[in-house]
Ligand binder design. Sequence first.
Ligand SMILES: Cc1cc2nc3c(=O)[nH]c(=O)nc-3n(C[C@H](O)[C@H](O)[C@H](O)COP(=O)(O)O)c2cc1C
Length: 218
Amino acid sequence: MHVSDAIAARKSIRAFLDTPVSTPLLEQLLLGAARAPSGGNVQPWRIYVINGPAMVRFHEHLNEPTANESPAYEIYPQGLTEPYRSSRFKVGEDMYQLLGISRDDRPARILRLMENYRFFGAPAAIFCFIDKQMGPPQWSDLGMFLQSFMLLATEAGLGTCAQEAWATKAETVARFVQSPAEEMLFCGVAIGYTDEQAAVNSLVSDREPLANFTTFLD
Ligand SMILES: Cc1cc2nc3c(=O)[nH]c(=O)nc-3n(C[C@H](O)[C@H](O)[C@H](O)COP(=O)(O)O)c2cc1C
């Protein structure tokens, strides 16, 4: 598969088959993703893999009662301005429309949102952490690692969905993976074989035209 094909084929998958994912395959994808560039080659990603019996234990862990926790970081800036605000709104509305969930059906929307905390039924996942001393440059390195991982997963026939939703359960996740105090959670990535029958997976999100995000100087 050419890189351009993997880029075109990758999209966020939000319904998975229960077909298991092999741990050696995950190892191979992580090793490949670690070829991503990072400023000064600091390689700031710290990854925890949840697969097989660990996934069963993780779901049990999630069911244990916990105190309310505050998000690890602010997922979107407060008062997000245009055009970013509309973009965010549109992808959500497109998804709910595909699922036949109307704008005023709040309970159905909340139930759908809660699917995040089941990894959308994915049998495997990774959590991506970073040392708290790191700043925006190193966080962007995480993005490169994650995109490399998702493209390699696409090539291997797997579907993925990056999930910052887990930032709202960062303490619960940290307790389970036993990450050291100096690390913080960035996001989870749901991993598995795509349920091609699920309407939600037919979503192809919009992109801004080139002229909206690029300036060619004379
Ligand atoms: C870092 C990151 C975090 C994300 N978090 C979530 C999430 O919590 N839940 C979700 O359903 N999608 C999440 N997404 C998926 C985005 O909504 C998706 O990438 C975007 O709408 C573009 O669609 P595409 O991935 O299908 O191209 C996340 C994507 C990224 C890159």
